[in-house]
Design a protein around this ligand. Structure first.
Ligand code: SF4
Length: 560
C-alpha cells in the first residue's frame, strides 16, 4: 500500500467565514468584546459584498447569527447597542438572499457543476465511486427546528434530471453500491418539468445501484409518497411531532405500513437551532465518503458535534487539487473505522493507499474525546479503549487467549484450504496476524507499540496547537469541565521522564494521555515533549494496523 501521498493531498483551509465564525467564538469564550465587535463587523462587510450566497455560506451565516443570539446576554450593553444594527442588517441580507433564491430556483446541469470545481476525469471517477450522499436539491421545504444538517429553508437549487441520470450511471459504472438520496434536503422536494423523484427511481432501477430515501413528506407531496410506495421505493419516513398528523393520515389511506424513523416527539440529538456552542456531543454522521450537492462535491469526515463542527462532520470541498479520496464506509462499517488513525482511501490512479498523517478534524476529535461513554456510540472505539490494549492487564489477558486466537485464525484462513495451498499474499497476512498477536503479548513489544502510538498522537497535537491558535482556544473552552487526573507530581523535564511514566504500568495510559493534552493545550512549546517525539518518531503502518517507529530517513524532517 502506498503511503507516500503529498501532504496537501487532502487538507482543507477554512473558508473566510469558517475562520471568522471560529474567531467570533474564541472572542466570546474569552470575553474579548472589542475583538468580537470587530469580527462581527468584518463578517457583515464580507457578506454584504457577496453577489451570491451559496449553500455553505448561508449555513455559516445562520450559525453566526445563532451564536450572536445565544451569547448576546453576556455582552456588555454598549457592545450590544453597537452590534445591533449589523446584526439586523445581516438578518435582512440573509432574508433577501432566501427570497431571491426561492423565487429563482436554479437548475444545475452537469457542465455547470463540473466546471465550478474544475475536475479532471480521475477525480470525477473517484467522486462517483465514493459517493455516499447525493443531495438532489439545495434547501428543504420542511425546515425542521432540529435539523442536523442545518438545511436552508426552501428549495433554491436542484440538479437537472439529465445531470442526475448521468451521475447515477457514472456511480454504477464506478461500482458504487449504494447511495442515500438526501443530505440537507428532502428528496421528495425534487421536481423538474413535470418529472418527480419517481422518475429518478425508475432510472436508478435500471442500474445495479441501490438507494435509500428518508423523507418528512413535505406538504403537498402526499400523493407522490403514495406513488413511491406503489413503486416499492426503498424509503423511510422520519416522523416528528410536527409531521405526525400528516403521516398518520397518509398511513390510514394506504394498506402497507410505512417504514418509520425517529418516531419520537423529541429527537435524541440536539442540532440546528438547538446547538449550544458550549458542549461536545456524539457525531451525527455515520459515514466516510463523498457528498454531492448542487453546489459541489465534499469529502465528509465524521467529527464530534460541537462549536467547531456543528454539522457533526467536516465537509472538505473537492477541488482541482484534491488527490486523495477516503474509502467509502457507511453505517456499521463506518463505526468500525478508528477515527484516530490515518485514513485509507484511493489516490488518483484508484490505487489503495493510506495517508501518513492525521487530518486536523481527526486531531480535533482526539482532543475532544474525553473518554466519556456517551460520546462514542456502541461499536465505535474511543481513544481510551484503544490505549487500554497496551495496559498490563490487557497484555496478560491477550497472552492467555493465544490458543483461542490461533484457533480463530485457523478457522478464518484454513477452513477451505491447507496452509501450503494458500496463495503467498494470503499466507503472509495469516502469518502477519499471528505475529502481531504474539508481538503484543510480549512486554517489551507492547511497551514499544504504546510509546510509538503516544508519540504519533503527541506529534500531531503538538503541530496542531502550534498552527491553530483560534481552534485551540475553542477546544480549551469545550474541555473546561473535563476532570483530568493531575499528574503534576511527575516532572516533565526531558524525554526520559515521559518514557518513565509511560513504562510505569501503574499509570493508566489514557489518564497520562489526557494529562499531556492539557499540558500541550497550555503551552505551544514543550522541550521534553518535543524531545520525546524526536526520540521515538512514529508512523502508522496500515498493513499491520499499528503505530511503529519511523525509519530514520523518514523521521528527520517530520517534527519541523
Ligand atoms: S426534512 Fe431533513 S433536511 Fe429538511 S429540514 Fe428537516 S431534518 Fe433538515
Amino acid at each position: 500500500m502506498n503511503t507516500q501521498l503529498p501532504i496537501h493531498s487532502l487538507q482543507s483551509k477554512d473558508s473566510f467565514l469558517e475562520t471568522k465564525k471560529n474567531q467570533l467564538l474564541a472572542a466570546i469564550y474569552e470575553n474579548n468584546f472589542l475583538t468580537l465587535k470587530e469580527i462581527y463587523k468584518a463578517i457583515f462587510t464580507y457578506a454584504s459584498e457577496l453577489n451570491f450566497l451559496d449553500e455553505n455560506t448561508q449555513k455559516l451565516l445562520n450559525q453566526i447569527q445563532l451564536i450572536y443570539k445565544k451569547f448576546k446576554s453576556q455582552f456588555p450593553q454598549p457592545i450590544v447597542t453597537q452590534l445591533a444594527p449589523y446584526n439586523t442588517s445581516l438578518s435582512h441580507l440573509i432574508s433577501a438572499a432566501v427570497k431571491k433564491d426561492i423565487h429563482q430556483v436554479r437548475c444545475i446541469d452537469l457542465t455547470d457543476w463540473e466546471n465550478r470545481m474544475q475536475l479532471n476525469e480521475p477525480q470525477k471517477n473517484l467522486i462517483c465511486k465514493t459517493t455516499m450522499t447525493f443531495q438532489l436539491t439545495s434547501g428543504c421545504s420542511n425546515f425542521c427546528r432540529r435539523c442536523n444538517e442545518w438545511a436552508l429553508p426552501g428549495v433554491r437549487a436542484h440538479f437537472s434530471y439529465t445531470a442526475i441520470c448521468t451521475l447515477i450511471d457514472h456511480m454504477a459504472q464506478q461500482k458504487n453500491k449504494e447511495i442515500a438520496l438526501y443530505g440537507a434536503s428532502d428528496p421528495l422536494d425534487w421536481e423538474q418539468d413535470g418529472k418527480t423523484l419517481s422518475d429518478i427511481l425508475v432510472h436508478i432501477e435500471k442500474t445495479p445501484l441501490q438507494y435509500s430515501i428518508l423523507t418528512k413528506v413535505p406538504k403537498g407531496r402526499q400523493s407522490l409518497l403514495k406513488q413511491l410506495i406503489q413503486q416499492h421505493a426503498n424509503l423511510s419516513v422520519s416522523v416528528t411531532a410536527r409531521n405526525k398528523p400528516r403521516i398518520e393520515k397518509i398511513q390510514a389511506e394506504i394498506p402497507t405500513p410505512l417504514s418509520r424513523q425517529h418516531d419520537t416527539d423529541d429527537l435524541l440529538i440536539p442540532a440546528g437551532l438547538d446547538e449550544d456552542f458550549s458542549s461536545v456531543k456524539p457525531s451525527i454522521t455515520d459515514g466516510y465518503g463523498t457528498e454531492i450537492t448542487p453546489d459541489g462535491a465534499f469529502i465528509i469526515i465524521p467529527a464530534f458535534t460541537s462549536a467547531l463542527h456543528p454539522f457533526g462532520h467536516k465537509k472538505i470541498p473537492v477541488t482541482a487539487r484534491t488527490e486523495f479520496f477516503p474509502e467509502k464506509k457507511t453505517g456499521r462499517a463506518a463505526l468500525l473505522v478508528d477515527y484516530f488513525k490515518p485514513l485509507k482511501g484511493y489516490n488518483l490512479n484508484q490505487e489503495a493507499c493510506c495517508l501518513d498523517y492525521l487530518l486536523e478534524v481527526q486531531i480535533e476529535s482526539i482532543l475532544l474525546d474525553t473518554g466519556e461513554y456517551e460520546l462514542t456510540p456502541p461499536g465505535m472505539r474511543s481513544v481510551k479503549e484503544y490505549l487500554s490494549i497496551f495496559e498490563e492487564d490487557a497484555r496478560i489477558q491477550r497472552k492467555k487467549m493465544t490458543l483461542s486466537v490461533i484457533r480463530h485464525l485457523k478457522k478464518e484462513f484454513l477452513t477451505d484450504s491447507t496452509f501450503n495451498d494458500l496463495p503467498d499474499p494470503v499466507r503472509e497476512i495469516y502469518h502477519g496476524k499471528i505475529h502481531q498477536h504474539l508481538d503484543l503479548c510480549k512486554k517489551e513489544n507492547c511497551l514499544d507499540a504504546k510509546i510509538h502510538t503516544l508519540s504519533f498522537f503527541l506529534e500531531a497535537i503538538y503541530k496542531y496547537v502550534k498552527t491553530n491558535t483560534t481552534r485551540t482556544k475553542i477546544i480549551k473552552f469545550l474541555l473546561t469541565k473535563e476532570s483530568v487526573k493531575n499528574l503534576s507530581e511527575f516532572t516533565l523535564e526531558n524525554f526520559e521522564d515521559i518514557y518513565q511514566i509511560i513504562s510505569d504500568s501503574r499509570i493508566n495510559n489514557f489518564d497520562f494521555f489526557r494529562y499531556m493534552i492539557t499540558v500541550l493545550l497550555d503551552k505551544t512549546e514543550h522541550s521534553a515533549i518535543e524531545q520525546f517525539i524526536k526520540t521515538y518518531p512514529a508512523t502508522y503502518d496500515p498493513e499491520k494496523d499499528i503505530f511503529v517507529r519511523t525509519n530514520q530517513a523518514q523521521s528527520s524532517a517530520s517534527i519541523n
